[in-house]
Design a binder for this molecule. Structure first.
Ligand code: NAP
Length: 529
């Protein structure tokens, strides 16, 4: 993959021929690459003038380099071009960020709910005012189509708005006392400094979904975004400063993930880790948090079943499963991973679904009409390829796609596979790519057994016209989120989180605030005197 620094984070104008020189790109995609690259250039110029293209970490309100000056390159997954560099930080910078957050906690936690609410509201307004630029930044470093990226900004900002409102509702309780001279109170107080570790697939929303409630409750944060998508995190932090959130409340470090993670885990000043990412890393963090008995919230991997019953409305089932499966090119934790289709509708569904998948336009996220961007890197493509090969070797068939897209590099064809069995990798593991496996089933009991036959438990989907069945099946599915006749279910007002190995805790909604507050019981005695 070509890696070329676009002249000092694209500040100067790189020539188009320089940008597009890649052995992986054939002629037609070179034309398309030219269109994209000039857009990428415009994006960078605009972002630079708006002050949103940041290439340093943020500690105590100051933008800083790594202490040893090491940097990481951030690449555009659609082209392999390096779009910027950011500091490669480690334990020293993280400890300084923790100290800044700890010191600031003593003042930020004492602000009134109304003051915190105003700051968050201002932050929300700025995120929305800059949604185009932030969306472009997401497309540039993460690859999702621009419209989807701007949608992520609106979704991510909605958590800041929601928790700006919830800040004012952090009510405690007065409990009827069992003795006449006592008064029993319950106070809700912020947990303290929170370590926030986020993935690359939603570079903005996974931050705001955590930082919104953390700041609303009075916590301060040290954010560690993925090294693959740090630019969006830095722009989001820049807007928090412009919103008047005091220096030291929001700190951002990036670089050596295990060093940063271990520093957050080891510190007694950090009282909570909130993590979104893979189950494997989540387990490590949970184990590491035990030493200092930190609180943890974990939003981990999924393996979402989508059950299409014979009595489903075919159009609704196709539309819903398509929207869930191919969102962000299959790279979301709630993407449909397995489509279980009842025998009576199997052929009809397979045919209608494939026709819909065939229409999905693949390409660079900056090109109009594209709805399927690249995967995050070539390792992700190789993983998808190995899952498809495993399925074919065990008897599955390709109905559509099944190989790298002719755009090359990180692009994979939207794929539909039939005759998939429960023992194949496509069924057992999170695919995180644009491959839809269809598995036939006979009875409702069999579908429920197949759906629950996994250690994951994040999202599940059902398509049926039978109200009793929708209720019955929703109740027995071992999942934190169930979509009935709907493929897109995420919203700031509803709780998001998983059963089993998909995580601990909930984000968004009134439950999301609980993750960042301690409950303190105060007993007032001798009150009759
Ligand atoms: P990942 O590899 O687990 O990385 C997530 C974050 O953890 C990144 O910032 C990563 O840093 C960091 N990290 C890696 N090793 C670490 C360590 N030893 N200590 C501390 N931090 C460490 O996951 P990903 O590939 O970015 O994201 C995809 C996964 O996230 C999928 O499994 C998806 O299902 C899950 N996800 C879940 C939800 C949910 O709400 N449940 C939402 C979105 C995604 P670097 O990137 O810098 O290495």
């Amino acid at each position: 993959m070509m890696r070329r620094l676009l002249s000092s984070t694209i500040a100067a104008s790189p020539t188009i021929s320089l940008i597009c020189r890649s052995s992986h790109i054939h002629r037609s995609s070179a034309i398309f690459c030219r269109q994209m690259s000039s857009t990428a250039e415009d994006v960078a110029m605009r972002l630079k003038s708006s002050g949103l293209l940041r290439s340093q970490g943020l500690i105590a309100g100051k933008w800083i380099e790594a202490y040893d000056k090491k940097v990481i390159e951030v690449t555009n997954p659609a082209t392999g071009n390096v779009v910027s560099t950011v500091p490669c930080m480690g334990a020293k910078e993280t400890n300084d960020a923790i100290s800044a957050a700890y010191e600031t906690f003593s003042t930020w936690s004492k602000t009134t709910a109304a003051e915190r609410s105003k700051c968050l509201r201002k932050w929300y307004d700025l995120l929305i005012a800059h949604k185009e630029e932030l969306g472009q930044l997401i497309t540039l470093e993460q690859g999702k189509p621009l419209k989807e990226a701007i949608g992520e900004v609106a979704y991510g900002a909605s958590f800041v708005e929601y928790f700006s409102e919830e800040a004012k509702r952090m009510y405690g309780d007065i409990i009827p006392a069992p003795l006449s001279d006592r008064r029993l109170l319950v106070l809700k107080q912020p947990v303290g400094v929170v370590g926030v570790i986020t993935p690359w697939n939603f570079p903005l929303a996974m931050i705001t979904r955590k930082v919104g409630p953390a700041l609303a409750s009075g916590c301060t944060v040290v954010i560690k975004p993925s090294e693959l998508t740090p630019l969006t995190a830095l722009a989001t932090a820049e807007l928090s400063i412009q919103a008047g959130i005091p220096p030291g409340v929001v700190n951002v470090v990036m670089g050596n993930a295990s060093e940063i993670g271990n520093s957050l885990l080891a510190s007694t000043q950090v009282r909570k880790i909130t993590f979104t990412g893979s189950t494997a890393v989540g387990k490590k963090l949970m184990a590491g948090a035990a030493n200092t008995v930190k609180r943890v919230s974990l939003e981990l991997g999924g393996n979402a079943p989508c059950i299409v019953f014979d009595d489903a409305d075919l159009d609704v089932a196709v539309k819903g499963s398509l929207a869930s499966k191919f969102r962000n090119s299959g790279q979301t934790c709630v993407c449909v991973n397995r489509i279980l289709v009842q025998e009576g509708i199997y052929e009809k569904f397979a045919s209608a679904f494939s026709k819909a998948v065939e229409k999905l336009q693949v390409g660079d996220g900056f090109v109009d009409g594209v709805v399927q961007g690249p995967l995050i890197n070539e390792a992700a493509v190789q993983k998808v390829e190995s899952f498809v090969e495993d399925a074919i070797s065990k008897g599955a068939k390709i109905l559509l796609g099944g190989r790298r897209h002719n755009l090359g590099m990180t692009f994979y064809e939207p794929t539909v596979m039939t005759d998939v069995k429960s023992d194949m990798l496509l069924s057992r593991e999170e695919i995180f790519g644009p491959v839809a496996p269809l598995l036939p089933f006979k009875t409702e009991e069999e579908a429920i057994r197949m759906a629950n036959d996994t250690n994951a438990g994040l999202a599940a989907y059902i398509f049926t016209s039978n109200v009793q069945r929708s209720w019955r099946v929703s109740e027995v599915l071992e999942y934190g989120i169930v979509g009935v006749n709907e493929g897109l279910v995420s919203t700031e007002v509803a709780p998001f989180g998983g059963f089993k190995e998909s995580g601990i805790g909930r984000e968004g909604s009134k439950y999301g605030m609980d993750e960042y507050v301690e409950v303190k019981y105060v007993c007032l005695g001798n009150m009759n005197g």
